[in-house]
Write a protein that binds this ligand. Sequence first.
Ligand code: G
Ligand code: G
Ligand code: MN
Ligand code: NA
Length: 256
Amino acid sequence: LELETALRAALESGAGLHLAWQPQVRLADGRITGVEALARWIHPQLGPISPARFIPVVEQTGLAPAFGSWLIETFIADAERLLAALSDEHVRFALNVSPHNLHDDRFLRLLTDALRHLEILPDRIEVELTESSLMEDEGTQTHMLRALRDAGFGLAVDDFGSGYSNLAYLMRFAVDRLKIDMQFIAGLEHSAANRRLVEAMLRMADSLQMEVVAEGVERESQRQILLELGCQFAQGYLFAQPMAADELIRHLRGQA
Ligand code: G
Ligand code: G
Ligand code: MN
Ligand code: NA
């Protein structure tokens, strides 16, 4: 309840909330292919609180529309500045979307407004949905997923492998990307089982014409194995931490 009150106040004023952006890279050459927006909240007394903790509060207390508005507004403001700093015209901007937002037509409008404002092609905005939230309630989400698809937004399945996917469902929506859950990447060097699982996911994604992003890549040895297995994209501390937009802009300048 304390968290809910503080979060409600934060959403009203915007104080204490920001987005951290983490690059996604092409494994072969380390080039940035996308940036993912991750919500951050610094509580006035408690300090940083993980989205893993406050997103469930958002979803359980009717704050989803307010959070959705804050998220898109901030996403646009940051993306506008990042666009100006990026030399590559194909870098994608990804955001994590809660299942609640998939029942909210206003959210789709906000996303469409974002597109118009940023003046970029729709496939440069990528909606990430966790595997479990996608499978939660197929019926009611179908309408929104179709609308996102029709509008041309990119679609990625987050935390892939951690839940139970209905592959027919993924195929029906022509998901663009599977993000392999970091639990499979963590022990890649020592676990033959994880290696075979990643290999199977890559083969499946390939036959479904989906791209794969390996998440949570922390070590060069993992990068090497992923390259050997034919994985093209990755995200993780080995390449870059999530950073505030200003910091990412400095990071991009440093790379240029
Ligand atoms: O960045 P971090 O590891 O702290 O994120 C923890 C979890 O919170 C991740 O699963 C991430 O996908 C999720 N998350 C981060 N930002 C958002 C957001 O804006 N919306 C939703 N729904 N989830 C988010
Ligand atoms: O949206 P998603 O569930 O993919 O959230 C990714 C989360 O993982 C973010 O909260 C981010 O802070 C975190 N993260 C990103 N890179 C790494 C990494 O290399 N190692 C670990 N342990 N966590 C990471
Ligand atoms: Mn994500
Ligand atoms: Na994930």
